[in-house]
Write a protein that binds this ligand. Sequence first.
Ligand SMILES: Cc1cc2nc3c(=O)[nH]c(=O)nc-3n(C[C@H](O)[C@H](O)[C@H](O)COP(=O)(O)O)c2cc1C
Length: 199
Amino acid sequence: MKKIFSFLCLFMVVTAMMSCSSAKEEKGTSETGNAALDNIFERKSVRTYLNKGVEKEKIDLMLRAGMAAPSGKDVRPWEFVVVTDRARLDSMAAALPYAKMLTQARNAIVVCGDSARSSYWYLDCSAATQNILLAAESLGLGAVWTAAYPYEDRMQVVRKYTGLPENILPLCVIPFGYPATKENPKQKFDEKKIHYNQY
Ligand SMILES: Cc1cc2nc3c(=O)[nH]c(=O)nc-3n(C[C@H](O)[C@H](O)[C@H](O)COP(=O)(O)O)c2cc1C
């Protein structure tokens, strides 16, 4: 009787493990056992948000992550504008063709760079942006990179609603919040893109 019970327990555990791994396969993800890598593989652009505020601690962590990025000659030419004002978010949404999701977001981070301090400003700010997106993912938030640079018209819009001085250029606007929909990361790995020693 005891043996049958043990067998049944083992059977249930194995069945549960199998259904869990097939759920992962459906999602198209496979956990690596490495939290940082899992977070990289889980990140995706999220464009729909709940009408729910994001805690200040989480916003601070996203900004800290941004500033942890590498930068050429360690100049750190970035500046971050956190936009929480409804009117500014809506005005930017109305004028930016590919950032309409700002109407739903309660917050956005504008990642900017000082072009006078570094000719690498947009590269350094891109690294900072990716760190912010990864931090958002790891905190259970959804976020998306929406382009300002290099489009002069979009940069003007962001400049207008965030009061940027002349030398500070906006790279992108990152609307973020608690996701309203469940998105799956795209599967992008492609062996054909890898070249050893020669193309
Ligand atoms: C330089 C850059 C500019 C982007 N601009 C926009 C944008 O203006 N609006 C938008 O909805 N998504 C924008 N995206 C997000 C991309 O559409 C998205 O990263 C891509 O479709 C891949 O999907 P994933 O982020 O879910 O992996 C941009 C991404 C990058 C890197």
